[in-house]
Design a protein around this ligand. Structure first.
Ligand code: DAH
Length: 339
């Protein structure tokens, strides 16, 4: 009998498992319903009375041994599966994780705002779905005037007209209606036009609107402000020029060109060999616009400008096709990882 106890305890002590099947064999043999230790219990009735107690104790010891060994085996299996931290080589390079980056259009918008905040501009916004008043009428587009067709509009409703805004100039009206001069504000936002998508045009794009209204604001303020902007946004050497133009909401109006950032005036296909590239429109706020917003045009004057954020970003980074900005091709976006 003593031999039997000894051999079972030796068997338990030396039992090794290398997988779940081994563990299960252990369980069946020493713990399960018909286990070998249980068999010993059933031999109890054949044990002489004076030895029963000692026998029972021995069987219980074996049972406890089998249980604690079982826990040990479970733990040894688990720790083999989980990498042992104490053996990790901390000098190995870590697994590479990749991060997203700032989108180039966002980077340009942020830089734009930074430049203008330093000269006292704040940021304002308006809705992308606009009524006729804010997108056209208050901006001095006469009823049925061909100027309304300058910007092919996505209408949502007709009479009264509700449309996706065709430019951020609509935010000028919202600010002028709600604030007192002096006003210096920048309005970035998404705009929509019914245009065929190409390398240079899109039906959804972004603009940055600027507005400055105060006593005595003049065209030279406009020119100097945009000159400062061009040098900050591009480079110190950047030149700026104004070409006479027409917008219903400004008088006089101008188109703004900067010296080509690619060829620096030598001539290349980006500037179409002129040395100049257009970045937007500008002008002195038409007195009618101020009056439409209940601002006395005999006291106040102002300038405004509007630029395409895609356009500026293309010039800043030498991007030749604006469709790249919205295609979400990581090979393109990764090139801006350092922004
Ligand atoms: N709203 C014009 C456009 O979308 C751009 C523009 C031109 C805005 C002149 C202005 C401005 O504020 O003064 O083409």
């Amino acid at each position: 009998m003593a031999d039997q106890f000894k051999s079972i305890s030796e068997e338990i002590n030396s039992f090794k498992v290398s997988n779940a099947d081994d563990l299960e064999s252990y369980r069946l043999r020493f713990i399960g319903r018909k286990n070998i230790i249980g068999d010993l219990f059933s031999q109890m009735r054949d044990v002489p009375n004076d030895q029963k107690k000692a026998f029972g104790q021995k069987v219980n010891e074996l049972k406890n041994l089998a249980q604690s060994k079982f826990q040990e085996l479970i733990e040894s299996l688990n720790s083999d599966n989980v990498r042992d931290e104490s053996h990790a080589d901390l000098t190995l390079p870590s697994a590479k994780s990749s991060f997203g980056s700032i989108h180039p259009l966002t980077a340009t918008r942020q830089r734009f705002i930074q430049i203008f905040e330093r000269i006292g501009f704040n940021v304002s916004s308006g809705p992308e779905i606009e009524d006729d008043w804010h997108n056209f009428t208050a901006l001095n587009f006469p009823e049925n005037h061909p100027a309304r067709e300058m910007q092919d509009t996505f209408f949502i409703e007709k009479d009264p007209d509700i449309a996706l805004r065709t430019h951020t100039s609509s935010v000028q009206i919202r600010v002028l209606e709600n604030e007192e001069p002096p006003i210096r504000t920048l309005s970035p936002g998404r705009v929509f036009r019914n245009e065929a998508i190409s390398a240079r045009a899109h039906c959804v794009f972004h603009q940055m609107e600027g507005l400055y209204v105060d006593k005595g604001v003049s065209f030279s303020d406009l020119k100097q402000t945009l000159y400062h902007f061009a040098k900050e946004m591009f480079s110190k050497k950047t030149q700026i020029r104004f070409r006479p133009s027409y917008f219903p909401f400004t008088e006089p109006s101008a188109e703004i060109d900067i010296s080509c950032q690619i060829c620096h005036g030598e001539g290349c296909n980006i500037c179409k060999y002129t040395g100049w590239v257009e970045i937007g429109g500008a002008g002195m706020v038409d007195p009618n616009v101020l009056e439409n917003c209940n601002i006395d045009s005999s006291i106040y004057s102002g300038f405004a400008f509007g630029m395409g954020i895609e356009r500026i970003t293309m010039l800043r980074y030498g991007v030749k096709d604006l469709r790249l900005f919205t295609e979400n091709d990581v090979r393109f976006l990764k090139q801006f990882n350092s922004l």
